[in-house]
Design a protein around this ligand. Structure first.
Ligand code: NAG
Ligand code: NAG
Ligand code: NAG
Length: 179
């Protein structure tokens, strides 16, 4: 075994031990609608199940279906020393219908979407969408930290959703990674 491989094994083992001790949960959720005739939030709520478990519930009513033109700007932000949220690592704008279909672009968001969101939502098919969008009882658990291997801190995922080139809604999901 070469020295590099040994070194990597040591680092990977330490990293996974460290991550195992970390926990993660949702801490806040905010939804804004910018075009009520197009879409409104019926539900935008966190529910505390226990000290370490908080479920996320979002129900968007679409009033002009079918929708087959969706653009999403997805940003990850991290809390800074001044308590303001600062851009952190990912800020991507993608054609969501294309994103659902294929391509290996936006790998971080792909993993988050396909591993965490899709299984507990009805966003489980390609465009168009002719029904309400429902994410129900989404819970973060520590195994998901393998997908988000970040240091302990407060984070925000901000999703700006546009259809036909106009922003329709914004969702801000706050989560904590803690020891
Ligand atoms: C994120 O990207 C969008 C365009 O994709 C841009 O308008 C925005 O300014 C960027 N935000 C930051 C904080 O870099
Ligand atoms: C998508 O999700 C809905 C609601 O959970 C379910 O009824 C439907 O069977 C799912 N469809 C696919 C293709 O998985
Ligand atoms: C979405 O709609 C806008 C405005 O009508 C248009 O400019 C854009 O090309 C459309 N995008 C796709 C992927 O169809």
């Amino acid at each position: 075994m070469n020295i590099r491989l040994i070194w990597w094994t040591v680092i990977a083992t330490l990293a996974s031990k460290r991550l195992c001790g970390f926990k993660t949960k949702f801490t806040n959720l905010q939804c804004d609608e910018f075009d009520k005739p197009f879409a409104t939030f019926k539900t935008c709520r966190l529910k505390a199940l226990s000290r370490h478990q908080v479920s996320l519930n979002v129900h968007v009513q679409l009033h002009q279906v079918p929708v087959n033109n969706v653009t999403i700007n997805a940003q990850l932000l991290r809390k800074g020393y001044d308590n303001g949220y600062k851009p952190f690592m990912y800020n991507n704008t993608a054609d969501f219908c294309q994103f659902l279909k294929s391509s290996s672009r936006y790998m971080f968001w792909k993993i988050i979407f396909f591993k965490i969101v899709r299984p507990i939502s009805n966003i489980n098919h390609s465009c168009p969408f002719d029904h309400d969008i429902i994410v129900k009882d989404l819970i973060l658990d520590s195994s998901m930290l393998e997908l988000m291997p970040f240091p302990t801190n407060e984070y925000m995922v901000r999703l700006k959703v546009a259809a036909y080139n106009h922003y329709k809604a914004e969702v801000r999901v706050y989560l904590s990674i803690y020891d």
